[in-house]
Design a protein. Structure first.
Length: 568
């Protein structure tokens, strides 16, 4: 006779499903911590989460549950808390990538596919009276002198090394000189050029890199005293690509602690126009060294305002490319979905040359897309539709510095109008950083979580990161995901704006970084303090060609980029 099965009660089914839920997470490799019976064994004497604790935590999340709902959550919350311990035991360093990749391309959007010939303007570089006169020459002119063998890379390298040593005491822009490497690379470049093995426009050009990029055999400090002896056994992809192009690495340049601000363990990087003033932004050394004529060009990074910010303050020309344009492999992570790599140079065309050398997939950073970059200095900018914020033309400045920005904006507007460019009035897009900023800081907290867990965050003394990382522990995971979903809506909204225009006049750095848009900044006049003003052009996703073309036309019509600081 077969046994009769007794139907399960509703409460028994609930318990079965709850346990099945726990088993599911355990089977995904999160460990025995997700079995209710294992709680005591793993938690030891640690105080368990109570219903009262959940009630207090509701205030952070902005929610309210009933007593019965809290009680139902207690055991599961304790289970997950123990799962956290399993995750923390993995000790994942900053270099471990996120398995989810931010894609700023709107659904259904077709990206450019056609590659065209890279065309720069004709160059007639003058022979210098003395080697020091080359300090502020753009890459295009240095390249022409090197190719024609009127100067050598070794001569150029020694000149820049001498300037770096001389002026670093005032600017505090150098973390590590790579002198031995630079001289070796310069001598090799000279031999190759002499033998007719010319690699291209960057062959023999001395450069510097933000000390957030790894270079095998040299320390990579991230601007933090806690990491000042850190060495990686690899070259960052961008470093590899520039060395393959024949460029000569002079120095690892300063950055604010963990890419925040301009204060690092060696001091505060200074503005070459006035050494009493800071250089602004975390790509501080890259901007200061370029503007001061200590390197031929430099590489920086940006999550929010770290690249174009110091370039604006120091009077350099800089390009923050689209998200997904350049690999971040070998670069310290601030935020997986915000970080971007770009050049800081003396001219717009230099930026185009550097981007051409470093962009494209390396099949390591999976966020990078293979979208062609087509530079042609003869581009007809009169076909471009430039959006401008009409209210900026009549707005009262908030303060003196805002007034300088508005003055430059109004002057640039009139210049573009005089160039016959179609100007399209737009409403200023709202940035809503209070809604989306949590994405960037939460990712930063995860990227550097080892510091928080170990308590070594207390050793961070030149930035607010420690308290930010701690705060991020209380950002609900659901809100992080919801903010990213809302980000998709924002991407689609901004994409529609670019149905009306090709380029935006002005800086929209929070919004542009959120949705991955490129921006170029150029020096544009001077204020009453004798320091540079600037103007920016923001483009559509992978619209570097349009913004660089417009900035190139404006730069060719002015001489602000030809003026340089007088260093003591």
């Amino acid at each position: 006779m077969k046994a009769q099965l007794k139907p399960a009660s509703h409460s028994e089914l609930e318990e079965f499903n709850r346990r099945r839920f726990m088993w599911y997470f355990s089977s995904m490799g999160l460990g025995a911590a997700f079995f209710p019976g294992a709680l005591v064994a793993i938690a030891g004497d640690r105080e368990k989460i109570s219903a009262e604790m959940i009630k207090q935590a509701e205030k952070i999340a902005g929610l309210e549950f009933s007593d019965e709902e809290r009680q139902q959550m207690v055991e599961d919350v304790n289970c997950f808390r123990d799962g956290f311990e399993s995750l923390r035991s993995l000790h994942m360093g900053n270099s471990v990538p996120l398995s989810l990749y931010f894609n700023p391309v709107p659904p259904g959007k077709k990206l450019p596919e056609k590659k065209r010939t890279f065309k720069i303007g004709k160059v007639r570089a003058k022979n210098p009276a003395r080697i020091e006169d080359l300090a502020f020459y753009p890459v295009t002119h240095l390249a022409e002198l090197l190719k024609s063998r009127r100067i050598t890379s070794e001569e150029l390298t020694k000149m820049y090394l001498s300037r770096l040593k001389k002026h670093d005491a005032a600017l505090k822009c150098v973390v590590t000189l790579t002198e031995e490497l630079a001289l070796k690379q310069a001598q090799q470049a000279d031999r190759e050029i002499k033998a007719g093995k010319y690699r291209g426009l960057l062959h023999g050009i001395p450069w510097g890199v933000k000390d957030i990029f790894s270079k095998k055999g040299y320390r990579t400090t991230w601007g933090a005293g806690i990491y000042q002896d850190q060495v990686f056994n690899e070259d960052a992809t961008v470093v590899k690509r520039l060395e393959e192009a024949g460029a000569v690495l002079l120095a690892k340049l300063s950055l604010g602690e963990l890419a925040s601000g301009d204060r690092w363990f060696g001091g505060q990087t200074r503005n070459p126009w006035n050494s009493e003033w800071p250089s602004g932004g975390s790509s501080a050394g890259s901007a200061a060294a370029t503007a001061a004529g200590l390197v031929g060009f430099a590489i920086g990074t940006e999550s929010t305002l770290s690249l174009v910010g110091p370039a604006r303050v120091c009077g350099a020309t800089a390009l923050r490319p689209s998200f997904g344009r350049v690999s971040r492999n070998g670069v310290m992570t601030v935020s997986w979905s915000f970080d971007k790599v770009g050049p800081i140079c003396r001219t717009v065309e230099d930026c185009a040359i550097i981007l051409n050398a470093i962009h494209g997939r390396d099949y390591i950073d999976h966020s990078v897309l293979d979208v062609p970059f087509n530079w042609d200095h003869t581009c007809d900018v009169s076909r471009l539709r430039v959006g401008f914020v009409e209210s900026y033309l009549t707005m009262e400045p908030r303060d003196e510095w805002h007034g300088f920005m508005l003055d430059s904006y109004k002057d640039a507007f009139q210049r573009l109008k005089g160039m016959g460019i179609k100007l399209v009035p737009i409403e200023k897009p709202t940035e809503q950083w209070n809604k989306f900023g949590l994405i960037m800081v939460t990712e930063a907290a995860a990227a550097h979580d080892e510091l928080t867990i170990s308590g070594k965050d207390k050793l961070l003394t030149n930035s607010p990161w420690a308290q930010t990382f701690r705060m991020c522990r209380f950002i609900p995971a659901v809100e992080y995901i919801q903010a990213n979903r809302a980000r998709t809506l924002r991407i689609q909204e901004i994409d529609k704006l670019f149905d009306q225009v090709d380029v935006l006049l002005g800086c929209f750095f929070n919004l542009a970084n959120l949705v991955g848009l490129p921006e170029v900044v150029i020096p544009y006049g001077f204020n009453k303090y004798g320091t540079p003003n600037y103007i920016s052009f923001t483009g559509k996703l992978f619209g570097e060609e349009e913004i660089l073309s417009l900035a190139y036309a404006v730069q060719e019509a002015t001489d602000y980029h030809l003026k340089h600081p007088k260093l003591a």
